[in-house]
Design a protein around this ligand. Structure first.
Ligand code: FE2
Ligand code: FE2
Length: 451
């Protein structure tokens, strides 16, 4: 028997029960297929929370969970393809996609967040437990070991996210709505959604709720959320009384390396802008090959770690993070562009051109004998090399998804020009939250290292 080439929708339980010699295998393959699609849709849609939520710790955690979910999907696909009936495509059945398209809809991101973590993730965990309880411990041993590990991950995700929950009472209506929607797909999605709220908490929920996603389309917000932190357009500049990173100081041999260390940590922390704008690409590319989303999820997690390098180290060097404004220019400009344009600017422009300055910075920082700083920068550099390689691999694929037929080099050149044009309107639009005397500037960094 060969692997089924039936479209994914035929995996729904409304199709006839598998029969014949492979029935038991096909039954488990169906469930693995569903779990693969659910994990990949989680990656595609939970990423919309990242730029809408302001708390950095939560952004970082979401990036980590997205990356781990991409890993679950990849292992499921690898194992699933060993089983008759899993199917050979990466496609997601429309009925499942509808659930995730609905999950992103609340205008209040904390409400959407509650839906993902109080309805969808528990349903996924329940489905993994269901898998374990129904499969044969010896015959399906390879799947069982994976699923056991995923259950551990999902339980850890629930524990890691719990400090950010519970959310406002305003989320309870949405939780009830999403739970009902999921339950209405019980025949498709045999995940027996755990009901996070007792029925009495949601008395007026119809059995077939009207979907928000049926009447409007989700759109990325024009700016990203940084919560309690002050914001500005850019942290890079030339005036030491204005911005924290003074471009000429980074390459001036007379700059104190301790100043360069703080400036590069600010630079790294601001890679949170890469986290926010890269996170917009997933939702916009529902028909991307899963391998593209997998590599983007890794890229996203890398950028969140780079941002954490700064976020965790700066306070140790005496920087009060509430005086450090977050730069929003790249998000506000790039969100006006198409996904291949965003990705082209990121990989072929910002990342590809960052190496010479960062190499110089690394040389200067070695003078400090700060092993941890050297380590963080070395890993950053290694990751960035991978990102540029990834850009060469995936930009043509992203371009083709959007019907772009120009050669990549020509597209990149045109995109640079378009970015410069859009920057005139959408760049520089975020005013300083803090007056110069209260915000971190080059002058203050200099004073700090001399004190
Ligand atoms: Fe980075
Ligand atoms: Fe990068």
């Amino acid at each position: 028997m060969v692997a089924s080439t039936r479209p994914p929708d035929s995996a729904a339980p409304s199709a006839p029960a598998p029969a014949g010699r492979f029935a038991a295998v096909q039954e488990m393959a169906r469930l693995q297929r569903l779990l693969f699609e659910a994990e990949r849709e989680f990656v595609r849609t939970a990423t919309t929370l990242i730029y809408r939520i302001g708390e950095p710790e939560l952004k970082y955690l979401l990036c980590q969970h997205v990356w781990e979910s991409a890993g679950h999907a990849r292992f499921l696909r690898e194992r699933g393809r060993e089983l008759s009936g899993f199917g050979s495509t990466d496609d997601v059945r429309p009925a499942l996609r509808e659930i995730f398209n609905e999950a992103v809809m609340p205008a209040d991101a904390t409400v959407a967040f509650a839906g993902f973590y109080l309805v969808i993730k528990p349903a996924l965990l329940a489905a993994y437990r269901h898998y374990l309880s129904t499969t044969h411990h010896l015959a399906d041993w390879p799947s069982r070991k994976l699923v056991e590990e995923f259950i551990t991950d999902e339980e850890r995700h629930a524990a890691e996210i719990s400090p950010f929950l519970p959310v406002a009472a305003s989320a309870s209506e949405w939780i009830a709505h999403l739970t009902t929607h999921l339950a209405s797909h019980a025949t498709l999605f045999p995940l027996s959604p755990s009901h996070p709220l007792p029925p009495s908490a949601c008395p007026n929920v119809p059995q077939s709720p009207t979907l928000l996603s049926a009447s409007r389309t989700y759109a990325h917000p024009p700016t990203c959320n940084r919560g309690r932190f002050p914001t500005c357009s850019s942290v890079f500049g030339y005036d030491p009384a204005d911005t924290p990173i003074i471009r000429p100081w980074l390459i001036d041999p007379s700059t104190d390396p301790r100043v360069i260390r703080i400036m590069v940590y600010v630079w790294l922390m601001m890679e949170m802008d890469a986290v926010d704008y890269l996170a917009t690409v997933f939702y916009d590319t529902p028909h991307a090959p899963f391998d593209l989303h997998y590599d983007l999820a890794r890229h996203l997690w890398d950028e969140s770690r780079h941002s954490q390098f700064g976020y965790r180290q700066l306070p140790r060097l005496g920087i009060d993070l509430t005086t450090l404004e977050h730069s929003l220019d790249l998000y506000t400009i790039l969100v006006q562009m198409t996904p291949p344009e965003r990705y082209a600017m990121m990989t072929m422009e910002f990342e590809a051109n960052s190496f010479p300055t960062k190499a110089h910075v690394m040389d200067r920082i070695r003078e400090l004998n700060d092993f941890e700083a050297d380590t963080l920068l070395a890993f950053d550099r290694n990751d960035e090399q991978n990102h540029v390689r990834s850009g060469h691999r995936w930009l043509p694929v992203l371009m083709s998804l959007f019907g772009e037929t120009r050669p990549p080099e020509e597209f990149v050149t045109a995109t640079r020009a378009r970015f410069a044009e859009l920057a005139k309107t959408f760049g520089g639009i975020t005013p300083h939250s803090l007056p110069p005397e209260r915000r971190l500037t080059g002058e203050k960094i200099l004073r700090l290292v001399r004190s």
